[in-house]
Write a protein that binds this ligand. Structure first.
Ligand SMILES: [Zn+2]
Length: 139
């Protein structure tokens, strides 16, 4: 059974949306996959699920050498992001960190999504998200 195809929507620019395999519960993020990476179901029966705004760092690396228009050093983390309603499995996400000092992050640090323009393809901005250590003193 093949699910509907999802176009990238405004909703995805402001919420984190994952796609849960209805066979095994694996959550694809940020895009729907046609084949489940875990159980191999193809075409996978994926259902959209809302993800929390905060996730937990599972591991991270610091990239020092990137194209000139990307700030370095650039920490890149693998995050587990729980589903908003607390059900199912968290999504395993790959995320760039921003506004974050390297000393602030370690495995287990909670970070929140920041929606922003990551780069422009020359015609239009590409809206996406990065993650940052939450700041209670910044709105
Ligand atoms: Zn699956």
């Amino acid at each position: 059974m093949s699910g509907p195809r999802y176009e990238r929507t405004k909703r995805q620019d402001q919420h984190l949306v994952g796609f849960e395999c209805q066979d095994c519960g694996w959550v694809s993020f940020p895009e729907e996959k046609r084949i489940c990476k875990r159980c191999g179901d193809a075409p996978a029966d994926m259902e959209e699920v809302d993800l929390a705004e905060r996730g937990e760092i599972q591991t991270f690396v610091v990239q020092e050498y990137l194209p000139d228009d990307i700030e370095t050093p650039q920490p890149v983390a693998i995050l587990d992001i729980p589903q908003t309603d607390g059900s199912g499995e968290p999504a395993r996400a790959y995320g760039l960190l921003t506004e974050t000092d390297l000393e602030e992050i370690e495995v287990g640090t909670e970070v929140e999504a920041r929606f922003r323009e990551i780069f422009s393809d020359g015609e239009r901005p590409i809206n996406s998200f990065k993650f940052a250590v939450p700041r209670e003193d910044k709105a």
